[in-house]
Design a protein around this ligand. Structure first.
Ligand SMILES: C[S@@+](CC[C@H](N)C(=O)[O-])C[C@H]1O[C@@H](n2cnc3c(N)ncnc32)[C@H](O)[C@@H]1O
Length: 197
């Protein structure tokens, strides 16, 4: 297989993943509406507990790792939670394929991969461009809750949000506490809440 064939195959696979994600989220939010989003939902502990405590809220977790999504879904099914969904995929792709009118009004990003090396910072989720794309799929007044145990990442995100046109840092109570797997492993962590302008 030469390079152009490989590129074509990659594009086809990406298109298939996009179509699948689009169909899955359209089935969850057929009429749009507000929802709670957890980015990088990992083993699903947090969103399972949140959804159980908030049965009237539609909750959607997304994670790149299939095995984590399967485990999250098992917990969901054991608890028989009808308002909770876990998707496998990239949050950037999910934001592209959300049905019209589907707007997140509460977003959690908990212990995202820190990518500590400078040359890897481009892989971080919480960057100005992502925050802009996310803002376009949220309601004004929505809260974005970010928590990490890697202080340099926290300070970078805090600085980005301080000057971001779509978000402002607010002093608000953390909406729901349930330690995630990565929180359990952390000695200390930092949290912030940003509000969509
Ligand atoms: C360090 S783990 C934290 C998991 C969980 N939030 C916790 O605190 O236990 C980061 C998670 O984010 C997921 N992830 C990274 N980039 C992602 C992306 N672009 N879209 C969706 N999930 C992503 C990874 O697969 C991983 O499960």
């Amino acid at each position: 297989m030469d390079n152009s064939e490989r590129t074509a195959e990659y594009r086809t696979r990406l298109g298939e993943r996009r179509d699948k994600l689009q169909a899955e989220i359209a089935a969850i939010l057929p009429h749009g509406g507000p929802f709670v989003l957890e980015v990088g939902s990992g083993h699903g502990h947090f969103l399972n507990a949140f959804a159980e405590a908030n049965p009237a809220r539609v909750c959607v977790g997304i994670d790149l790792q299939q095995e984590r999504v399967v485990r999250s879904l098992r917990k969901r099914d054991r608890a028989k939670l009808k308002n909770l969904h876990f998707l496998r995929g990239d949050v950037a792709m999910l934001l592209e394929v959300l049905p019209a009118g589907a707007l997140a009004d509460l977003i959690f990003v908990l212990f995202p991969d820190p990518w500590p090396k400078l040359r890897h910072h481009k892989h971080r989720t919480m960057q100005a461009h992502f925050l802009q794309t996310l803002a376009a799929r949220t309601l004004p007044g929505s809260h974005l809750c970010f928590r990490t145990d890697f202080e340099p990442y926290f300070r970078d995100v805090e600085a980005t949000l301080k000057t971001h046109p779509d978000w402002e840092l607010v002093q608000a109570p953390w909406p729901f506490e349930l330690p995630t797997v990565f929180q359990e492993r952390a000695e200390a962590f930092h949290s912030l809440i940003a509000q969509r302008r």
